[in-house]
Design a binder for this molecule. Structure first.
Ligand SMILES: [Zn+2]
Length: 112
């Protein structure tokens, strides 16, 4: 992969990373233990509140996972093997990386 392309994906990764970090800080409130005081919940029933909480936790988990993947991809930019499939060693198409710059496999290996 050309240096200019790597720079482009590095920028994408950094932008995604920043967005995820920002989003993570706002959703922390929603994942707090369900408040038992009905007045504090307002119109939501306790069940709704619990469902919302578990969804919020799921979102946080998914973002954590994404952040790890992005961190690993940035690491590969540093070591110089960014854009190479971790399974077969061939280049991952830039179109695929455009969809998700943290992909670690080419389309063939990912499809297996
Ligand atoms: Zn591959």
């Amino acid at each position: 992969m050309k240096k200019i392309q790597i720079d482009h994906f590095r920028q994408l990764l950094l932008t995604l990373q920043l967005e995820l970090v920002k989003l993570s800080s706002v959703s922390v409130d929603a994942a707090k233990p369900v408040e038992l005081d009905q007045a504090a919940i307002g119109r939501l029933t306790r069940m709704d509140a619990m469902r919302a909480q578990s969804m919020a936790i799921e979102t946080i988990e998914r973002r954590k996972h994404q952040l790890l993947r992005i961190g690993a991809a940035l690491q590969r930019v540093t070591t110089g093997n960014y854009g190479e499939c971790l399974t077969c060693g061939k280049g991952i198409s830039s179109g695929r990386l455009e969809v998700d710059p943290s992909y670690t496999q080419c389309i063939k290996c990912a499809g297996k």
